[in-house]
Ligand binder design. Structure first.
Ligand code: NAG
Ligand code: NAG
Ligand code: NAG
Ligand code: NAG
Ligand code: NAG
Ligand code: NAG
Ligand code: NAG
Ligand code: NAG
Length: 796
């Protein structure tokens, strides 16, 4: 088993054939102790299934590759090709990678007329050649092929690569590899590499046009024509060759070992193309022979919008631009949103409302609306400060470039002299009074050493937070399951869990239920004072549908587990004497309904926008971020309460599940309040989080216009708010919707109206989700013109 002759240009197919033969002999020899020699020809009628463990895949003759079911997730399977001879199994190809996994009772069978068919909940073709299949085979090259009666290949997996290229496989003009979503999740991720018709091999983020603006890596072989292919030779040479056999470029170095080494090239989830090798004699792990870049911040789109990437010891770390926060606090690849309210341009004669933060050595997608030539960076900073529309500017080589948001593809690049100035306004006060970002000071030059220290500190803080939350979580469980005192003695520990109270205690707290502060769909609300002086609101539930104490407690636990600054906190509950009482934190500024419709005071535009964002954040948390998804089902101004910091919080979440569906009061025979309920309630369509999005849209309109969604006292065309707003929007007369002089800015008004129309579309699937809504509210994404509210009504 000596070294094979070096690869030669002429007779490449012969070489490939010979080396494949040698390779399979090598592998066969090495693996024969594990896998016995077998005939790998598969005939129509054969089938495999994960339910029969000894036949859930078809092996190649040497046993190195297998075609069949690959476990995915906890109990599902996908069909694909994997390296069977080398543990752990490495997936090199996957059929329908974006389909959900199939159950264990699925079967995959070869049929003469239909090719490969997957039978699970419904049947689906994996490989459908246009002609009769006579046999199929899993080859030792890793290629799965179907043959016709002339032994011609009529279908092969090598023609449909997913993210991997194997020895002997190629990528021809027009073909692309898509990275996987993550190492654990093989579905389509966020990067692509394309063999373009012009002969250039280029990497892009997905959903971008093939244009140099978006490219982050290229083989620079443009103009060489559409016969160029990317190939992987059996000696690990990854190269581009044109139709007449001319080497155009060698991506990897030549001269890697041939014998007993297996190669595969994969476009990895992080957007980097890597060549891996495996030494069959030595066993061990796959090792990386080549990577298209060592800078893991290089792929465009590693971080979300308005975030920038910092390479920290080869690990990419995403950070928000100054004045921005992650949309999802726990997810550093999510987009970033503004953490402050941008004052309107009307007030622009007070430049002190802003500070400018500086980020040095930055690279980003240049989307400018103006370029000014200036002598130094201080002048650029001043220029941006004085231009009300300027939100950020970059300075490099005397060019001061005013940037448009969202800022994309930005990263720290120590070779780039580019400086980024970002305008940072007054921090949002909504977040329970705490400023969101501690920094944002004037002209704070971030230096690399400072950065490293702060990253280390961030790590420590994160660890501390995790430890604390584990501690609290455990404590809370103790509270709930073990030591809830039967007599209810003891004090409320705010951060721990809802406490169980006796009826007598509740009576004492509320002074025998004497001060009624509200009356809603769920029952009466009383004011109370705890022993420690804390003011609370006690809600007596009428018509609870959940009978058993256990079920009720389970629901309460779900509600108690939600902790968010934009949700009213549940402090305790009582189940005594068939009474169902809930104890909430007291919100001193009443409800949004009072503020909007009953108060003499005019709510300023900025306050309105803050409230809208608060509500959106609270809803996003309920929909996506808490342990159990909660659909509120009754979002309306009366359920949005304002605390002493004028921060808006959502109340009554989680209660819709507790109540009888035919609850009366303001209820119709459907849950939710008339006027705010989404159309799908009437149509017996499935209820999703989109019902809350609808109600949010209605509330948003009410906030914008400071009136109720239905007002009979108005002229006929104005009675129904949604209709009226849409008419004004179409006519371009949005100013008719608002009271002049509350500080509203036209651009913002139009944006808010558009968001509201999108949210209140009849067709649920067209409504954005709350995450999108937040981005739209912040102005970090473009909002296209909404369709007519009744378009695409489903005919069910
Ligand atoms: C595999 O077996 C089938 C029938 O049993 C036979 O026709 C075919 O030639 C065999 N193939 C090889 C490679 O041995
Ligand atoms: C393996 O498959 C055969 C049929 O092909 C079956 O008889 C046998 O019981 C199976 N063995 C195991 C361990 O499942
Ligand atoms: C697989 O099992 C599920 C229940 O576990 C059943 O509903 C389904 O019909 C089965 N599918 C097939 C193809 O047997
Ligand atoms: C391949 O490249 C060579 C050298 O550049 C050129 O002469 C030949 O025409 C090319 N072949 C094709 C099919 O483009
Ligand atoms: C690429 O590698 C091949 C095979 O080793 C060699 O013949 C060729 O000259 C190389 N081409 C370039 C452009 O380096
Ligand atoms: C593979 O491993 C064997 C045994 O450790 C070693 O002798 C051989 O040099 C290795 N091959 C390569 C290409 O590293
Ligand atoms: C983080 O956010 C990104 C983009 O929004 C999303 O694709 C990804 O699944 C999220 N990750 C987690 C762990 O939630
Ligand atoms: C700007 O910075 C000064 C000094 O750090 C601070 O007092 C002021 O509040 C900041 N202004 C804004 C809008 O953040």
């Amino acid at each position: 088993m000596g070294k094979r002759p070096k690869a030669n240009i002429s007779g490449i197919s012969l070489m490939a054939a010979v080396s494949l033969l040698l390779l399979s002999l090598n592998i066969a020899f090495l693996l024969q102790s594990v896998v016995s020699q077998r005939n790998s020809t598969i005939f129509p009628g054969s089938s495999i299934s994960p339910a029969t463990p000894n036949s859930s895949y078809w092996l190649s003759p040497s046993g190195i590759y297998a075609f069949g079911f690959i476990p995915r997730g906890s109990d599902g399977y996908s069909v694909g090709i994997f390296v069977a001879g080398i543990p752990p199994k490495t997936v090199v190809w996957m059929a329908n990678r974006d389909d959900p996994p199939v159950p264990a009772n699925s079967t995959l069978s070869l049929s003469a007329s239909g090719g490969l068919l997957l039978q699970s909940t419904q049947s689906k073709g994996i490989a459908i050649p246009g002609q009769t299949t006579v046999s199929a085979s899993m080859l030792d090259s890793g290629n799965f092929v179907l043959y016709n009666s002339q032994q011609n290949i009529i279908w092969q997996s090598f023609d449909r690569p997913t993210d991997t290229i194997l020895e002997g496989q190629h990528l021809s003009a027009g073909q692309e590899l898509y990275s996987g979503a993550s190492d654990k999740n093989p579905s389509t991720g966020i990067f692509r590499i394309k063999m373009q018709d012009d002969g250039n091999l280029v990497m892009y983020p997905i959903n971008t046009p093939d244009s140099a603006t978006y490219a982050y890596w290229a083989s620079n072989t443009g103009g060489k024509g559409n016969t160029v292919k990317l190939n992987l030779a059996d000696n690990g040479l990854l190269y581009l060759m044109n139709g007449t056999g001319q080497y155009l470029t060698n991506i990897t170095k030549e001269g890697h070992a041939v014998s007993n080494i297996l190669y595969r090239a994969r476009f990895d989830p992080d957007g980097i193309f890597r060549l891996y090798s495996y030494n069959i004699t030595k066993k061990g792990d796959w090792s990386t022979v080549y990577a298209s870049t060592n800078d893991r911040c290089n792929p465009k789109g590693v971080c979300g919008l308005n975030a920038f990437c910092i390479n920290n010891d080869q690990i990419p770390d995403c950070q928000c631009l100054p004045g921005f926060d992650f949309v999802r606090v726990d997810n550093k690849t999510s987009d970033c949103e503004r953490s402050f309210t941008a004052p309107s341009c009307k007030a622009a004669d007070k430049p002190s409302d802003y500070n400018i933060s500086v980020v040095n050595n930055i690279a980003l997608e240049d989307i400018s609306y103006a370029v000014v030539t200036l002598e130094n960076s201080d002048e650029c900073e001043k220029e941006c400060m004085q231009d009300c529309n300027c939100e950020a500017a970059t300075y490099e080589g005397r060019s001061c470039v005013k940037q448009r948001f969202p800022i994309r593809y930005s990263r720290r690049d120590l070779n780039s002299p580019k400086i980024l100035f970002v305008k940072v306004g007054q921090e949002v006060m909504s977040n329970a009074g705490e400023p969101v970002r501690p920094e944002g000071g004037r002209k704070e030059k971030i230096r690399v050493d400072v950065l490293v220290i702060s990253l280390a500190l961030t790590g420590l803080t994160a660890a501390a937070i995790i430890i604390c939350s584990i501690f609290f979580y455990n404590n809370r469980r103790v509270w709930l399951y073990k030591t809830v005192p039967a007599d209810g003695s003891g004090r409320i520990i705010d951060d721990v869990a809802p406490r169980l109270f006796t009826y007598d205690e509740m009576a004492e707290i509320t002074g025998d239920f004497h001060e009624e502060i509200g009356r809603g769909a769920f029952g009466v609300v009383y004011k109370g004072t705890m022993q420690n002086g804390q003011e609370v609101a006690v809600k007596r539930l009428d018509g609870v549908s959940v009978d058993g104490e256990r079920e009720f407690q389970n629901e309460i636990k779900t509600i108690g587990r939600t902790h968010h600054r934009n949700l009213v906190r549940l402090l305790g509950f009582s189940l005594d004497r068939s009474n169902r009482l809930l104890v909430y934190e007291y919100m001193s500024n009443g409800s949004l309904a009072n503020l909007l419709f009953a108060s003499e005071k005019v709510l300023f535009w900025e306050d309105k926008m803050r409230i809208v964002r608060n509500v959106a954040r609270g809803l996003l948390y309920l929909h996506e971020e808490c342990e159990t998804q909660i659909i509120h089902c009754d979002i309306k101004p009366a359920n949005i309460l304002i605390d002493e910091n004028r921060c808006a919080k959502i109340s009554d979440f989680g209660l819709s599940k507790l109540l009888k569906p035919n609850q009366t009061n303001t209820f119709t025979n459907i849950r939710g309040t008339r006027g705010y309920v989404a159309p799908e309630w009437h149509k017996n369509l499935p209820v999703t989080t989109k019902v809350d999005v609808y109600s949010f849209g209605v509330v948003l309109l009410e906030i914008i216009c400071s009136r109720r969604n239905m007002d009979q006292s108005l002229p006929e065309e104005e009675i129904i708010l949604e209709q009226w707003v849409y008419d004004c929007f179409q006519a371009g007369e949005l100013q008719r919707l608002i009271v002049e002089g509350d500080g509203v800015e036209r651009r913002q008004l139009e944006r808010m109206v558009k968001v509201a129309i999108w949210c209140t579309l009849e067709e649920p699937s067209l409504r954005p989700n709350m995450r999108k809504v937040l981005l739209m509210l912040e102005g970090t994404v473009e909002i296209s013109d909404p369709p007519s509210p009744t378009s695409f009504i489903s005919c069910i």
